[in-house]
Design a protein around this ligand. Structure first.
Ligand code: HEC
Length: 138
């Protein structure tokens, strides 16, 4: 085995070793009941924030989401991503929330990682919890 090969095998062994160590530590990522409680609280807080936004005008008129979607009716988060005719492409739930902000509510679209967008998504999906996932369904 020449020097080049030795180096190759050394780096291969090292790489594999590090890879394994990496996955082992990923598995060992533990959390406590206190963590779970905290995360649940943060989630519930986000859903409540979304609930409030859903019942408030988000655009330039006085229209709010609940007027057309009481209790998030007809929002069908479980069917996303899916092709949306209005957008002419496969869209996410956030894209359709923005479509309604821009059209019925006559407002400016939110960036998809806007905390308000995340709250709206949390509220809408929470209202539909337990409904089987059906991506692409119309
Ligand atoms: C004036 C009535 C009206 C208001 C107000 C309204 N929407 Fe909609 N919404 C619609 C219509 C109409 C559609 C289109 C239905 C379709 O073609 O899928 C729709 C579709 C949606 C969809 C996709 C539904 C599906 O079946 O795929 C979501 C999600 C949604 N709206 C969320 C919102 C949110 C969030 C707000 C508040 C910013 C809002 N809507 C405000 C009328 C409204």
């Amino acid at each position: 085995m020449n020097y080049k090969h030795t180096r190759f095998f050394l780096s291969l062994t090292l790489g594999l070793g590090l890879g394994l160590a990496g996955s082992a530590s990923a598995q060992a990522d533990e959390f406590t009941n206190a963590d779970l409680e905290q995360w649940q609280q943060d989630f519930t807080w986000t859903v409540k924030k979304g609930d409030k936004l859903f019942h408030s005008p988000l655009g330039s008129n006085t229209v709010s989401c609940d007027q057309c979607h009481p209790n998030a009716a007809d929002t069908h988060p479980e069917t996303y991503p899916k092709f949306q005719k209005q957008l002419g492409r496969v869209a996410t739930l956030g894209d359709m929330i923005n479509w309604c902000i821009q059209n019925p509510a006559q407002g400016k679209p939110m960036s998809l990682d806007d905390p308000r967008m995340i709250a709206l998504e949390a509220y809408i999906t929470y209202e539909r919890r337990g409904v089987p996932l059906a991506p692409g369904k119309h």
